[in-house]
Design a protein around this ligand. Structure first.
Ligand code: SF4
Length: 327
């Protein structure tokens, strides 16, 4: 198994890191930007998949998943430095100094910015845009990384796997780690991907074909870690969903091996059907104008239950609906 050079990744591997998306605003326009249409350019905070408007709401989400740390991302978080400090400070106050916080930025933070972040952010992950990779050794990113290390931050780069990735080899002696994300196809970068004749590796994941091959050489270095698209989906996201489901699932919600929850929904019932009532208190709930209960009672005794019935699979804690199966 590959060694994980960045401390922030350890909790991420357990699915125990909350993703705090601080803003969709960003001054750059990287052709490979993976942001969705929903988030790109919008000044909205999300804690995992949920829009939030205060640190207290983010803390509630962190509690839902028993988070051991937080990854602050964007957009460009430093476009909203005060907001970063507000949220990160509250998270540290609530969960203690051991709650590990890493910050992504596409900027080379200044001495003033670094000093504002000291004691609140543990790890800085800079993303020098690709156009800065040539001559990286003499760039402001290396100067900033060295300053950050001297000030006590764990410091590294986090970049997508692009054909030019070996240009970052001279940066390695100046960093604690280099994280490489497998290049991912998304709704907003698809036109650029096609223009460059790139294609998807398979029909299951978003990984772009060739992406892992481009970083084969640089990945031989002990400070380099490649985070694959499949890993993000099948381990990182899955484990995070399971943690949230374990905390928030109702007695009748079934937790799937993917971390989604499965329950039954009845619409148009005038009262709680007898078969559902017999399951006992806590085994049904009225939500959003429908009755929700164990999915299996609708399958086993559906003939005795009036109304429009369906099995719902969704992310836990009222997350996105993955599948609706009418009965
Ligand atoms: S810096 Fe990051 S958020 Fe901004 S355009 Fe580039 S990839 Fe997207």
């Amino acid at each position: 198994m590959a060694i994980i050079p960045a401390s922030g990744c350890t909790f991420c591997h357990e699915g125990a890191k909350m993703v705090l998306f601080i803003t969709g605003v960003c001054h750059r326009s990287c052709w490979y930007c993976p942001l969705s249409r929903e988030r790109k350019g919008k000044d909205q905070v999300y804690a995992n998949e949920h829009p939030v408007s205060s640190p207290d709401e983010a803390i509630a989400e962190a509690k839902n998943m028993r988070a051991k740390g937080t990854g602050i991302t964007g957009g460009e978080p430093l476009e909203r430095l005060d907001r970063v400090l507000w949220y990160a400070r509250r998270l540290k106050e609530e969960f203690g100094p051991g709650h590990h916080i890493h910050l992504y930025t596409s900027r080379a933070p200044t001495e003033k910015e670094l000093s504002d972040l000291t004691g609140i952010i543990d790890e800085i992950r800079m993303h020098p845009p690709m156009k800065c990779w040539k001559g990286i050794e003499t760039s402001e990113y290396i100067r900033s990384a060295e300053m950050a290390s001297a000030m006590g931050f764990e410091t590294g780069f986090e970049v997508p796997a692009l054909p030019e990735i070996d240009l970052l080899i001279p940066a390695l002696p100046h960093l604690h780690f280099l994280n490489i994300n497998e290049l991912e196809w998304g709704e907003t970068n698809a036109p650029e991907m096609r223009r460059r004749a790139l294609v998807l590796e398979d029909s299951v994941h978003n990984a772009v074909e060739g992406s892992r091959r481009w970083c084969r050489n640089i990945c031989r270095h002990e400070k380099v870690y490649l985070c694959s698209s499949a890993f993000k989906d099948s381990v990182q996201l899955r484990k995070r969903l399971i943690r949230i489901a374990e905390t928030t699932a109702r007695p009748f919600d079934e937790i799937s091996s993917d971390g989604t929850i499965i329950y039954g929904r009845i619409e148009g019932a005038l009262s709680v059907p007898e078969a559902v009532r017999e399951l006992g208190t806590g085994m049904f709930e009225e939500r959003e104008g429908a009755l929700e209960t164990a999915w299996w009672i609708l399958v086993e005794q559906g003939d005795e239950i009036e109304g429009t019935k369906a099995i719902i699979e969704r992310y836990p804690n009222r997350g996105i609906i993955v599948e609706v199966t009418p009965l």
